[in-house]
Design a protein around this ligand. Structure first.
Ligand code: SF4
Length: 420
């Protein structure tokens, strides 16, 4: 059976350097497909969809809210041609009711152990309108190694430098932060995969640079330390969302190849300052993720925050404005207060203001968003800061003897000089 799995394109963040990471959801999903399914993956961000290709069944995998409208358009084209379409992925779960209007079926939840039924129903012409497993998650032990072989890997590079490969060692998150939908999507409990299975998967990836896309590694100190200990022999370098900043954890993380972390910077406290310093003291870079437009944010506060970011010497910063995604506390509050003025999902890109901020006009917040990017990168553009972060990993690879000549060539092509 020929199954075409499509990842719809979306417009990139206005100020962000454009690069494309290999998507994770579709390769994890593909690992759950029955053996008889012949899957072809198309990432529309990097290649055109050939709608004339003969195909039995189409899957549309959507991660972001800004993918949904394009996903619906693609489905409409296939369905007009009499080909059935099933949707899955994070933003299908966030926008399930609207998505159903464009789908023969929607799959909600985690795919492991469920696809035999879905595909058997399809074969027997009994496809259900919805498969809802949101409250019935499969045992974490059955999550297998993602099928990265469906990716056209050469497409994923930045100016010739191979991108990181994505992998996860856990699901769920025990926190429930204001703008985040993870507790709705993956549950409030932290569900670590068996460490040996995660390690086996990391080892199988033909790339020394990984991105651990776990929601947060900082959820269980013992597990985190055990994981890092087992990762040391792999000699991989990796970035991730936050890790705990206890010295014993950071020591192990550094030995395990921690390259840089994404760290939310939400205030100008000594706590944040010390945390960033501690990462740096362990040779771990920090990309700050800074969300603008919370109800506590005034114009003065945002300007002070940018000065603070420069003071604490973040390696990179990514600014976004609050986007009230459905099924978040932000959505509940702003919707109830009738402060959302756009429900056009293409505008939920986190670089456009779609609601009335508390202390300023939407236009002022939009202006401050531009101010934040311009001010932070005034003395050193983003491309130089990225290059410095790349130098950090190249140094680590040279020390560990894992820097390949191919990498050296690619780095030279990308930056016009030796990345060392
Ligand atoms: S923002 Fe991160 S830590 Fe907070 S709930 Fe979402 S995934 Fe968990």
């Amino acid at each position: 059976m020929k199954f075409k799995l499509i990842y719809p394109k979306w417009a990139k963040l206005e100020r962000q350097t454009e690069f494309h990471l290999p998507p994770h959801g579709p390769v994890v999903f593909a690992a759950a497909l029955p053996d008889y399914v012949d899957v072809e993956f198309v990432d529309e961000n990097l290649e055109e969809i050939n709608f004339d290709d003969p195909v039995d069944f189409v899957g549309i995998s959507m991660m972001l809210t800004i993918q949904v409208k394009r996903g619906w358009e693609i489905a409409d084209i296939y369905r007009k041609r009499g080909i059935k379409v099933i949707f899955g992925g994070i933003s299908t779960m966030l926008h399930s009711e609207e998505t159903m209007e464009h789908a023969d079926s929607v799959f909600l939840g985690e795919a492991e152990g469920r696809m035999e039924k879905v595909f058997s129903d399809f074969k027997n012409d009994k496809l259900q309108k919805a498969y809802n497993y949101m409250d019935d998650r499969p045992p974490i032990e059955i999550v297998g190694t993602a099928r990265r072989e469906i990716l056209k890997r050469d497409l994923y590079n930045y100016k010739g430098v191979q991108m990181v490969d994505l992998v996860h060692a856990s699901r769920g998150c025990r926190f429930n932060c204001y703008p985040c939908a993870v507790s709705y999507l993956g549950g409030r409990s932290f569900r670590p995969r068996p460490i040996d299975k995660s390690i086996e998967e990391m080892e199988s990836i033909d790339n020394n640079r990984l991105f651990l896309v776990d929601n947060s590694l900082a959820q269980d100190t013992k597990w985190e330390m055990d994981l890092f200990r087992e990762m040391i022999p792999l000699k991989k370098n990796w970035c991730s969302h936050p890790i705990e900043n206890k010295p014993e954890v950071l020591d192990l993380a550094a030995q395990a190849g921690a390259w840089y972390v994404y760290q939310a910077v939400f205030d100008t406290s000594d706590l944040i300052k010390d945390r960033i310093k501690r990462y740096h003291d362990h040779g771990i870079g920090v990309e700050g993720t800074i969300l603008l437009g919370l109800d506590t944010h005034t114009e003065d506060y945002i300007k002070r925050l940018i000065d603070f970011l420069l003071e604490i010497e973040l390696d990179l910063a990514e600014f976004t404005v609050l986007a009230p995604f459905p099924h978040t506390k932000a959505w509940d509050d702003l919707n109830k207060q009738k402060r959302i003025f756009s429900y056009d999902w293409d505008e939920y890109s986190a670089d456009r203001v779609v609601y009335y901020p508390k202390h300023m006009t939407p236009e002022k917040l939009q202006e401050l968003f531009t101010y934040a990017w311009d001010t932070f990168y005034k003395d050193e553009p983003q491309s130089i800061k990225m290059f410095k972060l790349l130098q950090k990993v190249v140094r680590k690879e040279k020390e560990a003897n894992t820097f390949t000549p191919r990498r050296r060539d690619l780095a030279k092509r990308a930056f016009g000089k030796e990345a060392a």
